[in-house]
Every structure is written in C-alpha cells, then in structure tokens.
Design a protein around this ligand. Structure first.
Ligand SMILES: Cc1cc2nc3c(=O)[nH]c(=O)nc-3n(C[C@H](O)[C@H](O)[C@H](O)COP(=O)(O)OP(=O)(O)OC[C@H]3O[C@@H](n4cnc5c(N)ncnc54)[C@H](O)[C@@H]3O)c2cc1C
Ligand code: FES
Length: 272
C-alpha cells in the first residue's frame, strides 16, 4: 500500500542538461542525466541548484514527470515565475550543476484494484504524469482530467503522454479542459471531475495544481467518499525540515512540513 513511500534518503547529486526547451506559454521542459534517476519514487521532488544564484544556497524544488533509471535520465516541466526558474530556462545542453534528492514522500498505491482519477491543473501536471506511470506499472486503470487557463498553457506532449499511458485501457478517458474554452472542454477541472464522479466509480483521486483547485478536488472526493491524495506546493527554504517555512496546516490542528512529510498528503487530513 505504501510502496511508493519507501524512499531513499536525499543526498547531493550532479546533473547535466540533455535538453531544455520551451514547450508552452511560460512552460519549459528539461531532461537531465543524474544518478538520482534510479532513486526517485513517483510524486517525490528534487531541489535544484541553478547557476547564477547570488545567495549560493537557494534551491528550486521541482517535481518530475519521468525518471528513467536505465538511462539515468529525469524529465521535469516548470513554469518561469521568478529569478530561479528564469535562470533554469537559460541552462543549455552540457551545462551542469547539483541537486538534492530524492526529496519528500510521493504517491502511494491505492489499496484495491479500482479505477483512479488523476486531476492536473496547470504546471501541476508533472507529478500527475508520474502517478499515471505508477498506476500503469501496477496494472491499475485510471481516467485523467487535465486543465489550464488556456490552450497555449497546456504542455501538449504531456497530454499526449497521459493519453499514451491511458491507451492500454479501452475504458480509460482523458478529458482536457481550459478555463476560456480555447482547447477541449470549457470550464474548470473540478467541473469535469464532478461529471466523471457522477458517471463512474473511482477508488482514489490523485491531484496536483493550484491550491484552490486542490481544495475543490478534495471537497468533491470527500462528498463522493473517494480517497484523495494531493501533491501540495509551499514556499521552501531549507528543504529538510529545519525552517518550518513550508508548514501545512492539518485538520487536527497540527502542522506538517511539506518538504519532509509531503509533498503528497491525504486530502482529508489537510485543513483547506
Ligand atoms: C514540492 C514542490 C514541487 C514543485 N514542482 C514544480 C514543478 O514541477 N513545476 C513548476 O513549475 N513548479 C514547481 N514547484 C514550484 C517551484 O518550486 C517555484 O515556482 C519556484 O521555486 C519559484 O522559484 P523562482 O526563483 O523562479 O521564483 P521566486 O522569485 O522565488 O518566486 C516567484 C513567485 O512564485 C511564488 N513561489 C515561489 N516558490 C513557490 C513554491 N514553492 N510554491 C508556490 N509558489 C511559489 C512566489 O510567491 C512568487 O510569487 C514546486 C514546488 C514544490 C514545493
Ligand atoms: S523547507 Fe524548511 S522545513 Fe520545509
């Protein structure tokens, strides 16, 4: 049940860029080689040191969509939102740096063999792709809802990967939606999710996206009595549980660290 959570201890690795290109409006995809590839479990993340960091200590936490142990290769997708991710987008083939990983606790497999529902919003897609791969390897069926503000923000190759992963299952569905209706169905991922929940029975929901989306996904799953795992994003400082800046408030009044206890949490335990 918790197989994906039996993870290796995080440590420092070198990495070298294989490719790094813009794949959608404000979104880049990087493939790099690193010894961390064979240790990453779906839903975990890496803390990347990007050359040019004046502080010399800040690292950018990033999920991955694919880790290929045989090729030592890792694929990440990221949005350029500030200085760290801007410098990351400037790295070219052959450029090298370091990262810390594997970090945190990732997705865990559902207890039964029922269908899962994956919900990805915006740049929340990478860990959801990793969940799709985890389910595919375990031979478990899933549907997926992928949303973005507009079509130009959707990473097409990711949606294709998801469709590819779902294609082994004749019943599997992938619903693409955009807030403005410029691609796929018009509306939020939660609208598509509500329709699917009314039609089909799911065992577990896996979700990553903006916090407001994950709160909505969590509420819908709870109303339908479906288990739900969410991959949360928090500002991170140290990345190893020492600074408390990534705390997540829990329903029982406690707080947990996103970097060590997460980023994946049981949605029912989170105080939304
Ligand atoms: C576990 C984890 C996994 C992540 N995976 C991905 C991923 O796969 N792809 C991706 O594009 N991004 C991901 N992020 C978010 C990414 O880490 C931030 O966008 C990045 O650190 C911003 O750094 P910056 O120096 O470019 O921007 P900054 O100058 O540090 O910040 C720019 C803006 O982004 C906001 N921001 C900064 N860090 C975060 C954060 N950690 N969470 C939410 N908002 C933030 C700031 O409030 C500010 O408004 C992840 C974050 C976490 C915690
Ligand atoms: S980033 Fe410091 S405790 Fe999580």
């Amino acid at each position: 049940m918790k197989a994906a959570r039996d993870s290796a201890r995080a440590r420092l690795f070198d990495f070298e860029v294989v490719s790094n290109e813009r794949v959608a409006e404000d979104a880049w995809c990087m493939v790099f080689t690193s010894g961390v590839a064979g240790l990453l479990a779906p839903g975990q993340f890496v803390e990347v040191s990007v050359p040019g960091d004046a502080s010399q200590v800040l690292r950018v936490p990033l999920s991955f969509s694919k880790a290929d142990a045989a090729a030592d290769a890792v694929r990440i997708e990221y949005a350029v939102v500030g200085d760290g991710t801007r410098r990351l987008s400037l790295m070219r083939r052959g450029d090298a740096s370091t990262l810390v990983g594997p970090c945190g606790n990732g997705w865990w497999l559902p207890g039964g063999e029922g269908r899962s529902l994956l919900v990805a919003g915006g740049i929340g897609l990478p860990p959801v792709l990793a969940a799709a791969e985890m389910l595919t390897r375990a031979g478990l069926p899933f549907d997926a809802v992928v949303g973005a503000q507009r079509g130009s923000k959707l990473v097409g190759v990711d949606v294709d990967l998801l469709r590819g992963a779902a294609s082994g299952d004749p019943e599997g569905r992938v619903v693409v939606c955009t807030d403005d209706g410029s691609l796929g169905r018009a509306g939020f991922t939660t609208d598509a999710m509500a329709d699917l929940l009314a039609e089909r029975i799911y065992e577990t929901v896996f979700a990553c996206g903006p916090t407001v989306m994950m709160a909505g996904v969590s509420r819908l799953a709870e109303e339908a009595s479906v288990a739900c795992q969410v991959s949360l994003e928090r500002m991170m400082g140290c990345g190893f549980g020492a600074c408390s800046c990534c705390n997540v408030a829990m329903r029982d009044g406690s707080s947990r660290s996103c970097c060590m206890d997460g980023p994946v949490f049981d949605a029912r335990e989170v105080a939304w």
